[in-house]
Design a protein around this ligand. Structure first.
Ligand code: SF4
Length: 332
């Protein structure tokens, strides 16, 4: 496999709030190689979006980031703002989930894509606009030269998301982070946007970090998966490891909550009981313990000892953070 273009080691993010220090991400590791897709999955509050914001260096000032974020071997944590600004949008770009708030309603979409280009290239407005039209065309905006002069509200949700992707791609980034890029879109448009990202990846060899809670999308596009729970890694492996050999009860819960067309429909989907803990509230033991259907099989250790990511014997790089020795079977 090619060397990773982005490596994250022991990433920790703590917010300094009025209620004290709140750990949102508690020591995660991941890597993604050119042309590959890593999906980071988990419920809201699992730390997946905070992790991507930490990689981009766009967290608010009350956040403290520790660990390593290496882009092609260059450390990004602690870089001065002006250095980070040169990298952001140029080497690493972010596709937001909410295209409407990512775009300025007062400027035409062509102008906005062109300005994203001019931030990193000393070119004339005319040349930047030409580049913007080229990108809008590439992401499938029909009649791009004319539509570039339209405003965001004149586009449908799916077309706006294409504009946001054009803006993210205008500088040919080596890493694209897409945070729930299809959440607000209907299923057909979702599929079109994911296909667009796959096409872009193939053409430019872009590494993609996909933040998602939608395992259907993950199954379609990811090579590797990191499952996050309460700011920590619950499981990590290839997409096949997750879908065929899930080893963490939380991953099994996510899979059980996923609608399937290959099995007869259940009267209602299985859900994971309870809700995720608030960040930092579980000091000892396994953060998933209050919701776990397997804790009785392990006993006290689930409450007293925090499970660390451990390789699954004979399963390559597949790892899970769970005290259960053998693979859990589905409990309904
Ligand atoms: Fe469940 Fe215990 Fe495994 Fe945590 S360590 S997921 S509580 S079995």
């Amino acid at each position: 496999m090619a060397d990773p273009i982005l490596e994250v080691h022991d990433l920790r993010v703590t917010f300094d709030t009025e209620g004290g220090l709140v750990p949102a991400v508690d020591g995660i590791d991941f890597a993604v190689a050119p042309g590959k897709t890593l999906a980071i999955v988990g419920e809201s509050g699992s730390g997946k979006s905070v992790s991507s914001a930490a990689v981009m260096g766009i967290l608010p000032s009350n956040a403290e980031v520790k660990g390593e974020v290496l882009l092609d071997g260059r450390e990004l944590v602690g870089l001065p703002d002006d250095e980070l600004r040169k990298i952001r949008g140029n080497d690493i770009a972010l596709v937001f989930q909410d295209a409407l708030s990512a775009l300025n309603p007062y400027y035409t979409v062509g102008w906005q894509v062109a300005e994203a280009y001019r931030l990193h290239h000393a070119v004339s407005k005319k040349a930047a606009f030409k580049r913007a039209v080229e990108l809008l065309d590439k992401v499938g905006i029909p009649d791009a030269a004319r539509r570039a002069k339209s405003y965001p509200h004149e586009f449908s949700g799916g077309m706006r998301q294409r504009v946001v992707i054009a803006m993210a791609l205008v500088n040919n980034p080596r890493v694209l982070i897409a945070d729930e890029p299809t959440t607000a879109l209907d299923v057909t448009v979702q599929a079109q946007i994911m296909q667009l990202l796959a096409d872009v990846q193939e053409e430019f060899g872009t590494a993609l970090v996909l933040i998602s809670h939608d395992l259907g999308v993950v199954a379609e596009v990811a090579d590797d998966v990191l499952v996050m729970y309460a700011g920590r890694a619950a499981e990590r492996g290839t997409v096949r490891d997750l879908f065929y050999r899930a080893a963490h009860p939380y991953s099994l819960g996510l899979l059980g909550a996923m609608p399937r067309i290959d099995v007869p429909p259940k009267p209602r989907l299985t859900t994971i009981p309870g809700s995720p803990p608030s960040p930092g509230s579980i000091k000892t033991g396994c953060p998933f313990q209050p919701r776990c259907a397997y804790t009785e099989r392990v006993g006290e250790r689930c409450i007293t000892e925090r499970p660390e990511l451990t390789p699954r014997p004979g399963e390559g790089d597949h790892e899970a953070a769970c005290h259960l020795g053998r693979r859990p079977e589905v409990v309904s």
